[in-house]
Ligand binder design. Sequence first.
Ligand code: ADP
Ligand code: MG
Length: 831
Amino acid sequence: MKTELPNLPIHTVLPDIQYGLNKHQSIVLAAETGSGKTTIVPLVLIDEPWLGGKKIIMLEPRRLAARMAAKRMSDLIGDTIGNTIGYRIRFDKKVSGNTKIEVVTEGTFIRIIQNDPELANIGLVIFDEFHLRSIQSDLALALCLDIQQLRDDLKIMIMSASMDSSKVAEILGGAPVISGKGRCFPVTTHYLKRFSSDYPVQRTIKAIQRSLAQDTGDILVFLPGAGEIKAVQGQITGDVLCLPLYGNLPQEKQDRIFAVTAKRKVILATPIAETSLTIEGITVVIDSGLMKVPQFSPTSGLTALHTVPISKASAEQRAGRAGRLGPGICYRLWLESEHHSKADFLAPEIIGADLAPLILQLLRWGVSDPKELQWLDPPREGAVLQARELLIQLGIIDLKGTLTDIGKKAGALPLHPRLALMLLYGKQQGHGILACRLAALLHNRDLFRGGNAQQSSDIEDRLDILDLFEKEGATMVRARGADPSLCRRILKEALQYQHILKINDKEETKSHFHESGNLLAIAYPDRIAMRTTGTSQHLLASGRGAILPEGDHLHRADFLVAAHLDGGKKQGRIFLAAALTLEEILFSHAHLLTNEERVEWTGSRVECQSVLSLGSLTIKKEALVNVSPERILHCLTEGIRQSGLHCLNWQQKSRDLQTKIQIAHEFAPDQWPDVSDQTLAKDLSWLEPYIGSLTSLKQLKKLDLHTILLSRLSWKKQQKLDDLFPSHYSAPSGSRIKIQYLPGEAPVLAVRIQEIFGATETPTIFDGKIPVTIHLLSPARRPVQVTGDLPSFWKNTYPEVKKELAGRYPKHYWPDNPLLAQATARCKPRR
Ligand code: ADP
Ligand code: MG
């Protein structure tokens, strides 16, 4: 083993690191970039006594970084990769019995720790580039801290050149923070001089061309994603080697960036080149200032990639790539004034992520409430609830929140629980290969995206292309507007899934594509969609709307499963879907269906239906027979209550009766029923005997409310009613004057003063118990006075009134003593 390590700044703090880890359970290493954290520190710690011969695991945020760190360390000690130092990433590993340092991706680490919850053979877990704060690394830290409670010999070291060290140290129980200088050559930074309205791709191309003309050395360009990289790549001409670098690129192609070549290199990279990597020859960095981040929309339940401006920390890292091995230049394609308004760091992923995968892993760990663990930023409660709901819907946990058998299996697969479930189900149904291809298709960029937008959204068209690629090769595929290298990658990934699930090519007859809908419905039950009648819109089972592009042949399908759609505010747009039939839903997804016997008030009648629904979708409706009369009655009375009592047929006669009974009730509540609208509406039992088999408002209107109300009174009271509530008053003048009965008021007698001369008592009703209110009128029937006490009126008010009225109506009779005067209906009494 070569022990001569390059002399790097980290050496000055190595003793502190060794001492710190010897004395403490955890430490924070905040040394600057280029100091040797990633490639030197693990090597130096291999033989530390406190490791007790156990292994070191180092977590890297990306696959490329993991492989490169393992390679560099192996090179430094003159060993072959996979011997003393190995790596383990999704679908690939190089480790052996001798391996003392394993560099792993964060996702892989979660699977390791789930299979070995004590990390029995591990003495130290190093979190590298921790500032990136992926949800996986937050979860990994929470689980490691949990293990530390049992194993005080398990050490944790968190490394990053740019993080909030004190906050991290705090969660590690007050761990010491070791900082150190980096090794970075000076980098001259240039900003845009004036605002540019060019699209990022155009702007970047110009910057590359300018730099190729005026600078020397290789160029590293940062772009947000593979799409932009391809667009730029096609435009760079001249005697240069233009190399793409993004996560999904095959390893061989990724590794080409490290090759030493005679030509000048222009490397077009996503943020995967932002950290960890040292690429020899790079002296210029061109930074578009953008990156893609997954953003989960709680309203849609969907995650979509959004292009956002990078943080200051990222910009720093990117510029630093130009000064790894010598002085360099960095072109930032934004204004210096814009730079100041950039965020220091972007929010950690856990803040805005879909938590379903996290919750599933926690359940596998035996934790049902995230609060049982320690977090730098705890998962948000609303998102946790939402994740649980999805897991229940998928059948991964039961209603009590316990993992089901299939849930346990899904959690062990390196995929989102949705897709994991689809693979398991597909295998069980004999459609495993198809399921693996679908999963790989969904996991990658669309085969048709970019340049072939007129293609349909049907995922079966993509399956078709994969078949074509296998049978006829790249040319045919290209002619159909698809990307052959992407086909190759997707097929490879599908094979890897087949491998993990032990799906045998030979045992399985090739499934028909039309099983796609069925399989996707397992993964996306909430995105089963149905066309809304009369529109081109689809309604998703989740209740949201989504639009399928016009002219898409999937419009012909009765149902769809929309696997990819964007999480727009109100309405999503469907990008990738498969057709589904009613029969398939009924046969294969019956567990998603609810059958409800609905007895509902429509506003005019009771409707009895049997309704089959899938979430918000109404799949089938049938008229329901044999509904119990009680249920209908209950619904109908509820309907009357909703519509209000006035929906019944109230005629004047029944209203009058109601008023009279109510007046009686107010006077003698214990003897007369309360028949106010309010009370009648509150309890409709008085009406129920008459409803019988009625079901509609139209029928209800035929009910005779007068008879119904009357029947609430005893026979005796019914008989007495006319006496108690006389319809007219016989005035001293001889006129019969109508008594007005108004709801909620005392009965009213409106009468001209002259007609009641001589009336010494206030007229009454109800056996003399209720005085009427007299509205005294002038000879022209204008209201003059209201009184409930006639004697007092004659005595106190009449003289005044008389004076006034006598002036206005001189021809009329205005006696001085009204009590003795003769009443008259005319101008003056007849002599
Ligand atoms: P840190 O993790 O602290 O940023 P690294 O351990 O990645 O630092 O690298 C420390 C130094 O080692 C770099 O500045 C660079 O000079 C050198 N180095 C690292 N990897 C390579 C490599 N693959 N080829 C050449 N030099 C490298
Ligand atoms: Mg590093």
